[in-house]
Design a protein around this ligand. Structure first.
Ligand code: 13P
Ligand code: SF4
Length: 304
């Protein structure tokens, strides 16, 4: 079936199943175009709590599907590409959390939402790149164990010198592999462009930024700016929404691929099959749902 026919079939099936499609900006352009709701990780988590439909088709990686399920246990959550998983989500250990808790009695375990449900269940509060600074600054604890992303942790820690951060060595391979030299080369080629960086990038790359923020933060910054050229230092999927939301602006990326292979596993065809067969479903035990939901709800509360 062509993508055009698939689009019609998907719309029909969506009605039949009473389903909505939620997508992240890093998925392929034609999948983004299917979205009822598109946004950054924070938007997707918050929106998931407001969904009235029976079925959520989550076009993103596994932790996004798990977050939607934990916040909405009564809904069916479909993950069109079952093997779309974020490697960073696994880059921390429950045992290490327990060790840190034993060592520091006043510690808050802060879990970036890009993490497995098991890690969330062992943590005190979740954060996303859009709200991490606000949430950590609102915690009464001095000691902060931030998992799994070292780069987001450093970005926040630098702005909160009153806190004592305990770092974990996880990272996003897509953002962590973008080098300072690549950004400097792009700047040299486009001297009038502003540099917009996601905080999953290394500190030396963040240091070159005119703006640092989540994917939605970057898109909003461009929309509000009078500047015409931008070097976009995050996964290249955001270029699609940037193109749709702006006119006459130019966007460049660096010499790094800036492609998340897991996000790109979701295809229009897989969305169609998910809705047709009502699988793959995100399955979680009741215990895991309760455990993962708690720090996510705390995030939503503290982010208000
Ligand atoms: P945000 O959309 O929250 O900025 O997240 C980036 C990301 O890496 C999602 O996988
Ligand atoms: Fe994970 Fe990075 Fe891909 Fe986001 S871009 S899903 S953090 S690997």
């Amino acid at each position: 079936m062509s993508n055009l026919n698939l689009g019609d079939e998907i719309r029909k099936l969506k009605k039949e199943r009473n389903a909505v499609i939620m997508t992240h900006y890093y998925v392929q352009d034609d999948v983004q175009d299917l979205a009822d709701y598109i946004g950054d990780s924070f938007f997707l988590s918050r929106k998931a709590t407001e969904i009235e439909a029976d079925v959520i088709v989550l076009c993103g990686v596994r932790f996004m599907g798990e977050s939607a399920k934990a916040l909405n246990p009564g809904k069916v959550v479909l993950l069109p590409a079952e093997d779309a998983d974020c490697p960073m989500a696994h880059m921390a250990m429950v045992e290490a959390i327990e060790e840190v808790r034993e060592k520091y009695d006043d510690v808050a375990v802060v879990c970036y939402v890009n993490s497995t449900a098991e890690l969330k269940a062992a943590s005190d509060v979740c954060v996303t790149s859009a709200n991490a600074l606000k949430i950590v600054s609102r915690l009464p604890n001095k000691n902060i164990y931030f998992i799994p992303d070292q780069n987001l942790a450093h970005y926040i820690a630098d702005q909160l010198p009153e806190k004592n951060f305990i770092f974990n060595d996880g990272y996003c391979h897509v953002h962590h592999s973008i080098t300072k030299e690549e950004v400097l080369a792009a700047k040299k080629q486009h001297p009038n462009a502003e540099v917009l960086v996601h905080p999953e990038c290394k500190p030396e790359v963040c240091a070159l930024a005119d703006y640092i923020g989540s994917t939605s933060g970057i898109i909003n910054y461009v929309k509000d700016s009078d500047t015409e050229e931008f070097i976009i230092v995050t996964e290249r999927g955001v270029l699609h929404e940037l193109g749709l939301q702006t006119e006459g602006k130019k966007f460049y990326i660096t010499g790094s691929p800036q492609t998340c292979p897991n996000m790109k596993k979701i295809t229009v065809e897989k969305v169609y099959h998910a809705l047709k067969n009502m699988e793959p479903k995100v399955e979680m035990s009741d215990e895991l749902i309760v455990g993962a939901k708690k720090p996510m709800e705390k995030m939503l509360e503290l982010a208000k």
